[in-house]
Design a protein around this ligand. Structure first.
Ligand code: ADP
Ligand code: MG
Length: 293
């Protein structure tokens, strides 16, 4: 492959809304046979909204407004779409949110912080369990199609928040076209299995090709396991939690609408955050390299 021809390919990519880190990226793009799709912000819009608030009847009388104020305050410092939805939903209902100190984000699990001198944890049941919070029975499962997170204050679970977003209008077609190109699309997410399966069904990914409830580090392991089985793996993602997997994949595609960390970790950026442009990238790589041979 001549460098000049590859550069013509990358120039054409730019006009399609594909930014390529270097001409050699087209070669790995051409060889890919498996494509892992992150769910939130990649297959779905990532524009989440708060759709349900459940207050646990705990002693000490935490009401709905307290729950929203405490959770909203911590989530206001989060960069994750789940956090943005909770902060916006809380603010809409209770107004200005109090300041948070000692904020920490636990990738793929949730957030913690201190509000009004109280330690607040918001996240997956797994995070709460790690922090020694006893969960009321039945809390672990998310409702169909919704991401549920638990809110705890000073070690006591005080309620549940549910957020939801929609599948991007182009995602199902992109999945179909990827398959037509001979690739195997798979869904990879930190979200719960019920939500993951609902999204997979909507875009046409079989249940067996869904990997849910994975931690960011485990996303890398999924990539490596497929590679060990002889697959050439592309990963598409947008979040901080996707960065290690984007770097480990044979080809990392980052959503231009995603976080800087993900964009840096990828080999190729889909500027508009449209999964169908991933299809264009693969077609472009194949045709460019065919021209050169
Ligand atoms: P995905 O792989 O679908 O992009 P993530 O790995 O980013 O999902 O997140 C996985 C799960 O971690 C979310 O579904 C949510 O339950 C929890 N989570 C992530 N960030 C937050 C947050 N800021 N607040 C509460 N929960 C969070
Ligand atoms: Mg994501």
């Amino acid at each position: 492959a001549t460098p000049t021809a590859l550069l013509v390919g990358t120039g054409r990519g730019a006009s399609l809304g594909i930014l390529v880190k270097g001409p050699e990226v087209l070669e790995s793009t051409r060889r890919v046979d498996t494509i892992l799709l992150d769910k939130t912000g990649t297959v779905t819009t990532g524009a989440m909204t708060l759709v349900d608030v459940v207050v646990a009847g705990v002693a000490g009388g935490v009401d709905r407004a307290d729950l929203l104020r405490l959770a909203g305050a911590v989530e206001d410092a989060s960069e994750h779409p789940v956090g943005g939805a909770i902060a916006a939903g809380a603010r809409a209902e209770v107004g200005e949110l109090p300041p948070v100190v000692d904020f920490a984000s636990v990738d793929g699990l949730g957030v913690t912080g201190t509000v009004d001198g109280r330690l607040v944890v918001v996240g997956r049941p797994r995070l709460l369990a790690e922090r020694g919070v006893v969960l009321p029975a039945g809390v672990a499962a998310g409702g169909a199609g919704r991401t549920c997170v638990v809110v705890a204050v000073d070690g006591v679970a005080i309620g549940l928040l549910a957020v939801a977003d929609a599948v991007k209008p182009t995602s199902a077609q992109a999945v179909r076209e990827l398959r037509e190109l001979g690739l195997r699309p798979m869904l990879l997410t930190g979200d719960n299995a019920a939500v993951a399966q609902a999204v997979a069904a909507e875009v046409g990914i079989p249940a067996d090709d869904v990997v849910a409830e994975v931690l960011p580090g485990e996303k890398v392991q999924v990539v490596q396991r497929l590679q060990a089985g002889g697959r050439v793996v592309a990963m598409v993602g947008d979040g901080v939690n996707d960065a290690p997997a984007l770097a480990a994949a044979d080809l990392g595609l980052s959503m231009g609408t995603g976080t800087d960390v993900a964009i840096e970790a990828g080999d190729l950026t889909l500027v508009r955050g449209d999964l169908r442009v991933a299809v264009d990238a693969i077609r472009l790589a194949r045709s460019t390299l065919r021209t050169i041979k």
